[in-house]
Design a protein around this ligand. Structure first.
Ligand SMILES: Cc1cc2nc3c(=O)[nH]c(=O)nc-3n(C[C@H](O)[C@H](O)[C@H](O)COP(=O)(O)O)c2cc1C
Length: 521
């Protein structure tokens, strides 16, 4: 034995390398039976798998051009990062977009821009941009809510996001006067940092779940009574990335903390079915909405991705007939994000935002209901010009998910479903999330929201308006072909938006239902 060790000690370094490669080749050819490529091309076959694994990073950093990548290209990501850091987010030399390209948007500027009169709220606060409508006002809910920001954090649960990310977002919405939608995982301690909250639940009823996995009104009442920062409740029917798709939360991921927040058992698989147990029909959905609103006093809304319209028509007919129903409707585009979904769903099921929202708005407009509802839009709308388009179409508030993630450091690694998010945003790994500096990242989210509102206001003023709610379908044009066929939104989507009652920004500022503002106690 000693002789062998002595001989090995005399070997040059390259002999060790040769021995190692010989062992790998032996393993590839004679032992492993899973990979044909490794068997047929021992040693070099490994390179293929390694190169494939680093392909996305290589393309993202070196190969893809600035406007090429999806879901968000480098220019879009760069704009969010720079805005969040309050750095120079301008571009020099002119646009690098092909402005004649299909689907390119143009916001029509006025000959003379809107001038802020003396004493206007935006002269002292260029970021002040609340929602022009009040949630729950039409249905006379006990606690109506006017979101203090037109851009807010969309539904993303603690579970799909890390504790550090959720905490940074909640602190960030507090600093920017926005609201924070909890997503399906219940109200966690990280959602309780002072920001306004919209409590969201889906088919798993996490946080408001009875023993048998159904909806518990008692728990809902207790939750909202104990947490006055909850300003509204959202019932999830579906989301753009995976409408109608249930899911399983594996027992291994259910820590005592997650079990307590979600109201489930530690270590036991939990099913989120594809349909709700608390209602089966549109009529029953409206009954549930009214019951929750009556019991909690809060505005209640629904979130859905749009496909077939017949049940939406049924809902609108029922609302017209009874004067009851949701206080807000969140329309999520098929381009929307998710923690995890099968590509066949994410790529193909449900309509993209512009088509889905158009269909829904027209349907409620035909029945004279648009003034009764706050319309929330989501699906890559976290860019001021895209938001202007959404407002022109009838949206009152924007929700952003992935843009908010990017503002706190997400690098679009697209591995949310693996628990290996390198930025610590979409992972439960203690090590990966420990890299998140919560106070700093909350400043970043707040600054992104503020910059967004300032730029959207600047576009609004350029178009001659005071508030984006004044945009209409003829203010935005979209390329459907060359100039002779390029058309305003009204002609492309064949409706005109109803006027949103708006009496000036000052009246929004003095509204008693205005959400929590950063400098308001
Ligand atoms: C990590 C992650 C988790 C999400 N979780 C939920 C959820 O719990 N419930 C839901 O309705 N939507 C969920 N969504 C969808 C978003 O709320 C949003 O509707 C969608 O991503 C579109 O917005 P975006 O384009 O700004 O990302 C999630 C999205 C992401 C990226």
């Amino acid at each position: 034995m000693n002789e062998l060790l002595e001989t090995l000690g005399y070997l040059p370094w390259w002999a060790y390398l040769l021995i190692f490669l010989a062992l790998v080749a032996f393993w590839d050819i004679f032992i492993q039976r899973k990979h044909t490529i490794k068997h047929n091309f021992p040693i070099v076959g490994h390179l293929r798998y390694w190169l494939e694994s680093i392909g996305p990073e290589m393309r993202q950093y070196f190969v893809a051009n600035n406007r090429e990548e999806l879901p968000f290209n480098r220019i879009e990501r760069g704009w969010i990062y720079a805005s969040a850091k309050n750095e120079n987010n301008y571009e020099g030399f002119g646009t690098d977009r092909d402005i004649y390209a299909h689907q390119h948007l143009f916001v029509k500027n006025a000959m003379l821009a809107y001038q802020l009169p003396a004493g206007h709220p935006n002269t002292t606060d260029p970021y002040f941009l609340p929602c022009a409508k009040v949630m729950g006002a039409y249905h006379k809910r006990k606690k109506p809510f006017r979101p203090a920001s037109i851009i807010n954090v969309s539904a993303m649960s603690f579970g799909s996001l890390s504790a550090a990310a959720v905490e940074a977002m909640n602190n960030g919405v507090l600093k920017s006067g926005a609201y924070h939608n909890t997503g399906e995982g219940g109200l966690s301690p990280y959602h309780k940092k002072g920001g306004d909250v919209i409590f969201h639940f889906g088919t798993g009823y996490f946080g408001v779940r009875s023993e048998d996995g159904n909806f518990s009104m008692e728990k809902m009442k207790k939750l909202t009574a104990e947490n006055p920062q909850i300003k509204a409740i959202e019932i999830k029917l579906s989301q753009g990335a995976k409408p109608g798709k249930g899911g399983v939360l594996p027992g291994a991921k259910i820590t005592p903390e997650i079990a307590e927040i979600r109201g489930v058992q530690v270590g036991k698989d939990v099913l989120s079915p594809s349909t709700h147990k608390a209602f089966n029909t549109i009529e029953e959905l409206v009954v549930l909405i009214e019951e929750i609103a009556n019991e909690t006093g809060l505005p209640v809304g629904i979130k859905g991705a749009i496909g077939k319209l017949s049940q939406w028509e049924e809902l609108a007919d029922l609302m017209k007939k009874t004067g009851k129903g949701p206080d807000f409707i969140t329309v999520d585009g098929g381009e929307g994000g998710t923690g995890a979904a099968p590509p066949s769903f994410a790529d193909h099921v449900s309509l993209p935002f512009s088509y889905g929202f158009t269909a829904i708005y027209r349907l409620f407009q035909e029945r004279g209901l648009t003034q009764h509802i706050v319309f929330i839009g989501s699906g890559k709308l976290g860019f001021p010009a895209k938001a202007a388009m959404a407002f022109a179409m009838g949206v009152d508030v924007i929700n952003v998910a992935r843009e908010a993630m990017m503002s706190i450091g997400c690098i679009q690694a697209q591995v949310c479903h693996t628990n290996r998010c390198p930025a610590g945003v979409a992972t439960q790994s203690k090590w990966l999330q420990s890299g998140i500096n919560v106070p700093l990242k909350s400043d970043r989210l707040a600054q992104y929201f503020k910059t967004f509102r300032k730029e959207l206001l600047e576009i609004t003023h350029a178009a001659g308006y005071e508030h984006p709610c004044q945009f209409n379908m003829e203010d935005v044009q979209v390329n459907v072909d060359d100039d002779y066929l390029s058309s305003d939104l009204r002609r492309v989507y064949r409706y005109q938006k109803d006027l949103v009652p708006f009496n000036g920004m000052a009246s929004l500022k003095s509204c008693e239902y205005l959400g929590t503002m950063p400098n308001k106690s």
